[in-house]
Design a protein around this ligand. Sequence first.
Ligand code: PLP
Length: 389
Amino acid sequence: MWIPYGHQSINEDDIQAVVEVLKSDFLTTGPKIEEFERKVADYAGARYATAVANGTAALHAACFAAGIKEGDEVITTPITFAASANCAFYCHARPVFADIDPETYNIDPADIERKITEKTKAIIPVHYTGQPCDLDRIHKIAEKYHLTVIEDAAHALGASYHGKKIGSVSDMTTFSFHPVKHITTGEGGMVLTNDEQLCKRLKLFRTHGITREEADLEHGKNRRDSGNYMGPWYYEQTELGYNYRITDIQCALGISQMNRLEEFVEKRKKLAERYHEAFSECEDIVTPKQLAGTDSSWHLYVIQILNHDRREIFEKMREAGIGVNVHYIPVYTFPYYQAHGYQDVCCEHAEELYRHIISLPLYPDLKEEEQDYVIKTLKEIITDSRGKN
Ligand SMILES: *Cc1c(COP(=O)(O)O)cnc(C)c1O
């Protein structure tokens, strides 16, 4: 038996949706892409959406659209997947790390403000585990210093902040559709925005910086009258973009998964509540606290283990067939970062949190019996290791 920490949920409707595309004329860049974009944008309450190859590409595209370039700084959290910070490097800018709030584990707005310099151009808050960051305070800071806010909402599809769905309020919000996330397209990502110009730049970036729109052509303007240089075939590359396209096959799966999102989030919430209850009396386990006004979509259930050897607990859980994990190793401690000027960075709360955390299995198809086994096993392991510390 093996209970993973996360797992996709694929049903017959999902499979049929993919099969239909395989039998159609378009495998990629067909009608399913816009349909998927519309569906996610409408759900989250955003005007525009750009679906891309994965969540990392979504972050890269958002940084490009925000005009992040060499010499700029971008502030993010160290308790995240490396992509949230790497996207600044992709644009020849530098990520700067603000510490977390030890209560919510999300980026601390007060430390964001301390880390702002003349070079700061953007903030990338990450809604860690699905709990929304303190967006009101982050937006106030962004306004004061004229910064772009790019929410990394890879964990937070379906979450809300003061009654508004994540994806509707910042300059841009990015999502990932990797199989462990709320919905999956295999690989996939998306950027939501309410700004038409940003959306245009995102779409340009997705296909090599190539445009066919007459209004955006540069040389075309001058050559319009010069004989037969232009025609219905004509396009121009006006920026350096990438091939970050997503396929119709993937988007068909995404559309079908979106029909199940509410059910997925409800199941995750219910399982999270069962964990809360099970551990509420355990003094060696810290369960996740929720910031007032936020409604988490529970991508991860992360506990802190106190008074015990986290590694021993982790290994014994794995031995018992439970795929616990650790999210995340503070990004700036990685060798790449250490070799690129981050040797003196220290986010105290992030490093302290990292020493104690374990992610427990959480996904819509996790059965209550399986969850009960996880709970029982963890309690037993903790009881057994008592006295050794
Ligand atoms: C998953 C994830 C990403 C990257 O998404 P991919 O689709 O794997 O590229 C970025 N940020 C966070 C916080 C993530 O969890």
